[in-house]
Design a protein around this ligand. Structure first.
Ligand SMILES: Nc1ncnc2c1ncn2[C@@H]1O[C@H](COP(=O)(O)OP(=O)(O)OP(=O)(O)O)[C@@H](O)[C@H]1O
Length: 254
């Protein structure tokens, strides 16, 4: 579980996050949505410890980040998995080496133990046939799966995904969404996904927070979005014809 209390982040005079409070529960896929420039990435970077908030607190399973010593922050980081936008795989490493990287960094496992775990997670993301390939030799969807395998290889308690579907066709995007949701449930991880993809919202949005100009303007489930009276949220989510039709059908009970 991650609890955020009154989070503020500014750059010089520019206030980007203006007092965000919310909770992301364990075993759920939590989504952050909002217009470009609303502060999603800055919020995510605060959650993974890349930015230090100016004010407010973040609790990871009751541990208050601001109170943690440097060594305890390092320990916490070991429990965080990250799926970067675009995958961020190492081009010069094979799929197997990419996935093994966090184990080499953060554990003292033997080579055989690491390989065993790497094969286990690659199998979980249905990728066992590509172990010896380089990122350039596999498709974008496969690269995302490698990125997910790398993010979960060291048994994270918290998983952060920045635009996991960017650059993927809709069908592959749905497969990736489902994979992230299944892995979240199987391992009881607290997962937070930054997304522009409205399909993801309606496929896997167990909790959605909508940021607007650095403020949390709405939060709820995918079903609650259809009933929301928040006009800005509706304008944002239903900006396409297709999703307006989805809403009409939903409200008619179809
Ligand atoms: N390191 C930084 N220094 C100064 N300003 C920043 C920095 N990072 C982000 N900002 C500003 O914070 C605001 C929010 O940016 P952010 O990247 O969080 O938006 P976003 O909602 O993720 O947008 P997008 O959907 O386009 O990725 C923007 O005005 C941006 O210019």
């Amino acid at each position: 579980m991650i609890k955020v209390e009154n989070l503020h982040k500014s750059f010089g005079e520019t206030k980007v996050l203006k007092g965000i409070s919310t909770t992301f529960e364990q075993g759920k896929t939590n989504l952050i949505i909002g217009q470009s420039g609303s502060g999603k990435t800055v919020f995510l970077k605060n959650l993974i410890g890349l930015f230090e908030p100016n004010e407010g607190n973040i609790f990871y399973d009751q541990q208050k980040y601001g109170d943690l010593s440097t060594s305890n922050r390092t320990e916490l980081r070991k429990k965080i998995g990250m799926v970067f936008q675009g995958g961020a795989l190492f081009d010069s490493m094979t799929v197997e080496e990419n996935v093994m990287f966090p184990l080499k960094m953060f554990t003292k496992k033997s080579n055989a133990e690491m390989l065993h775990r790497v094969h286990e997670v690659l199998e979980r993301v249905n990728l066992n046939e590509a172990n010896q390939k380089y990122p350039a030799e596999i498709s974008g969807g496969m690269q995302k799966r490698v990125s997910i395998a790398r993010a979960i290889v060291n048994y994270p308690k918290f998983l952060f995904c920045d635009e996991p579907n960017s650059g993927l066709d809709p069908r592959t995007a749905t497969v990736i969404d489902k994979l992230i949701q299944e892995i979240t449930k199987e391992n009881n991880i607290t997962t937070v996904i930054n997304t522009h993809d409205m399909n993801s919202v309606f496929e896997i949005g167990e909790k959605i927070i909508y940021l607007q100009d650095g403020i949390l303007a709405w939060e709820g489930t995918k079903d609650e979005i259809h009933h929301s009276n928040n006009k800005d949220l509706s304008d944002f989510v239903y900006s396409s014809n297709l999703f307006r039709k989805v809403r009409q059908a939903y409200q008619k009970g179809l």
